[in-house]
Design a protein around this ligand. Structure first.
Ligand code: IPE
Ligand code: MG
Length: 228
């Protein structure tokens, strides 16, 4: 979800106004994704690197996150949406963690859509903590070094139990992954879109999905092998 700040600045507004508008897009896109039969939607809301932003922008974002979780709980319950999160969650302020935990608990049995929020998330940080946990298990003798395979690594990531993303969409015009799901996106289709997040909508989401549907996923094989 990129482009909030630049969207606001281009209009002569404060960056936080862009984030506020971005929250509205989140609401619309969650609904649109469900209508498009998306089963898992991961939103990159705050990265490990975002902690380095000016203090007031960080606290503004934390406030918006808390307000979003509080105001969306009823809607998530009504719409059968299960909230999850990935990231270095203990870095979040205690009040945000508390609302987050409560929302996750109260939506845990919902099945129509998994809304996965990446908060204080970084792909490298995720891999480091996975490596540390696996190394500890090796030292303790509960994991054999030679037994570490793709499944083992996947099971130690924040996304354990979730499939890899089929499609990664980045709004806002930049063409990079910025530390997002580095391991999991090895074979994801990537879609870059110039529309800033506050202006992203259902029609743009449908465009991205249509583009994705027209692609041939070969996973290293030849086109003939995949569709003879
Ligand atoms: C994305 O918008 C939202 C967050 C990172 C929280 P940005 O804040 O990165 O917007 P730009 O890139 O400055 O326009
Ligand atoms: Mg940005």
């Amino acid at each position: 979800m990129d482009g909030n700040g630049r969207w606001a600045q281009a209009k002569g507004l404060l960056r936080i106004m862009g984030h506020r508008e971005g929250v509205k897009t989140v609401r619309n896109i969650v609904e649109a994704a469900k209508a498009c039969d998306v089963k898992i939607l991961t939103l990159y809301a705050f990265s490990t690197e975002n902690w380095n932003r000016p203090k007031d922008e960080v606290s503004g974002l934390m406030g918006l996150l808390k307000k979003f979780l509080q105001s969306e709980l009823t809607r998530m319950v009504e719409n059968d949406i299960q909230l999850r999160c990935i990231g270095n969650i203990h870095a979040l302020p205690k009040d945000v963690r508390d609302v987050l935990a409560a929302t996750i608990d109260q939506t845990k049995d919902n099945t129509s859509l998994i809304l996965n929020l990446a908060l204080s998330y970084g792909g490298r940080n995720e891999l480091i903590q996975a490596i540390q946990t696996m190394a500890q298990k090796c030292l303790a003798g509960t994991l054999a070094v030679g037994a570490i395979d793709e499944q083992t690594v996947g099971a130690h990531l924040f996304t354990a139990g979730l499939p890899d993303p089929d499609l990664v969409i980045r709004t806002g015009g930049e063409r990079r992954l910025s530390n997002f799901l580095l391991w999991q996106s090895s074979y994801s289709e990537i879609y870059f879109c110039d529309v800033p997040w506050p202006e992203f909508n259902k029609a743009e989401l449908k465009k991205a999905i249509a583009d994705f549907s027209g692609r041939q996923r070969r996973y290293g094989k030849t086109g003939e092998q995949v569709s003879p």
